[in-house]
Design a protein around this ligand. Structure first.
Ligand code: B12
Ligand code: SF4
Ligand code: SF4
Length: 307
């Protein structure tokens, strides 16, 4: 218990305002979430993200032999800052420094600290690209519940929480999973302009603006998506913006790594359309939005603003 408490304290000092522990053996809830992944894949909702079928996503032991505990951490990224009217719509997760780097660096620091306290324990830092069901494990560890838009929602931070995990062979006392609190609300389902939330908790990537603006490498966006972008050129925050859990006053992050580069909040279509490859490289240094290649930015901006 003492080790778990000091581990959590240490995680909070690293900026992970939300931290919880799940037993790696999982639970009935986790088996249901894994079955939901199977159904999602069978329905083709992954579009061309073939890496989503990696079998390790269904078996945490495959990521760290001997794993006993899963420490889930959440990095809140809500900020008071607003985009200037008429500027390009860029999802909030991309405003600051690439969260993969930020979370990975801090999780490794946490892993090294754990090893110093309990010599011989194994650990592995996982963030996003590691084949792990991030939201299901974070739910299991008590960070929040999975909302009908399929994102994890915390009572304190809304859904503006980026997630990472530290797998460890140390046996740590698990926390209670969070209690779901969407109730009868359907605001996210109704607000999605492309009907990508095909049923509560299920997002079809083939219809999701976030997928098409970030992951789709085709020269042109499908016509039904291009005509429904509502100005979004890099990700999409619509289903989160309408969520009542994001409307209550939320703490504004003062994390230096998450502060928006000022120009992000006032990026004009004509300016970004004029970016050379070298401009793109310089502007998007250490940004998660480097995943959107120069030709994709051009394609997205033209579709959102010129059609
Ligand atoms: C693939 C992926 C995408 C895809 C597919 C989205 C999706 N919903 O799967 C695309 C490119 C569209 C995408 C978009 C976004 N993503 Co993304 N993405 C991922 C990734 C890599 C895997 C997600 C996954 O496992 N999908 C598979 C399907 C089956 O899972 P699922 O849809 O979440 O379904 C689960 C639940 O709905 C639940 N479930 C199913 N049925 C039922 C029934 C009931 C009753 C209940 C309670 C639950 C439930 O169980 C399922 C399995 O866990 C994760 C990182 C990771 N390693 O997990 C990030 C991740 C989910 N993404 C993230 C973010 C921030 C986004 C965006 C908000 C970015 C943006 N602003 O543009 C959008 C949100 C779009 C949306 N509404 O989902 C964050 C979410 C943080 C959070 N608080 O939840 C993650 C966790 C990355 C991270 N490390 O922080 N993403
Ligand atoms: S991210 Fe946008 S397109 Fe995707 S489900 Fe949410 S509202 Fe719909
Ligand atoms: S908008 Fe409503 S239904 Fe959707 S996630 Fe938020 S509370 Fe749940």
């Amino acid at each position: 218990m003492e080790l778990a408490d000091t581990l959590k304290q240490h995680a909070r000092q690293l900026g992970f305002a939300a931290v919880g522990i799940a037993a790696a053996a999982g639970s009935e809830r986790l088996r249901l979430r894994t079955a939901a992944l199977e159904r999602w894949l069978e329905a083709g909702h992954q579009a061309d993200m073939a890496w989503m079928a990696d079998p390790r996503r269904r078996a945490v032991e495959a990521l760290l032999p001997g794993v006993r505990s899963v420490v889930a951490v959440g990095l809140p990224y809500w900020l008071e800052a607003q985009r200037a009217p008429g500027s390009l719509k860029v999802a909030r997760y991309g405003w600051g420094r690439d969260y993969h780097r930020v979370i990975d660096g801090r999780l490794r620091a946490l892993g090294r600290w754990l090893e110093s306290q309990a010599p011989g324990v194994g650990w592995r830092a996982c963030v996003d690209s590691t084949p792990l069901l991030d939201k299901a494990w974070a739910e299991e560890a008590g960070l929040g519940w999975i909302g009908k838009h399929s994102n994890l929602i915390s009572r304190e931070h809304g859904s503006w929480l980026l997630i990472g995990h530290l797998l460890t062979t140390a046996e740590l006392p698990p926390d209670q999973p969070a209690v779901p609190a969407c109730g009868a609300c359907r605001a996210c389902i109704e607000a999605c302009p492309t009907n990508a939330i095909t049923e509560p908790f299920v997002v079809d990537a083939r219809r999701c603006i976030a997928f098409h603006t970030i992951e789709n490498r085709a020269e042109q966006l499908p016509a039904a998506i291009a005509s429904s972008l509502e100005g979004w050129v890099a990700g999409c925050d619509i289903c989160q913006d309408v969520c009542p859990w994001n409307h209550k006053p939320l703490p504004s992050s003062s994390d230096p790594d998450l502060q928006p580069r000022p120009w992000w909040l006032n990026l004009r279509a004509e300016e970004a359309l004029g970016w050379s490859d070298a401009d793109w490289d310089e502007k998007l240094r250490a940004s998660a939005l480097r995943r959107i290649k120069p030709a994709m930015w051009q394609r997205n901006i033209r579709a959102a603003h010129l059609t």
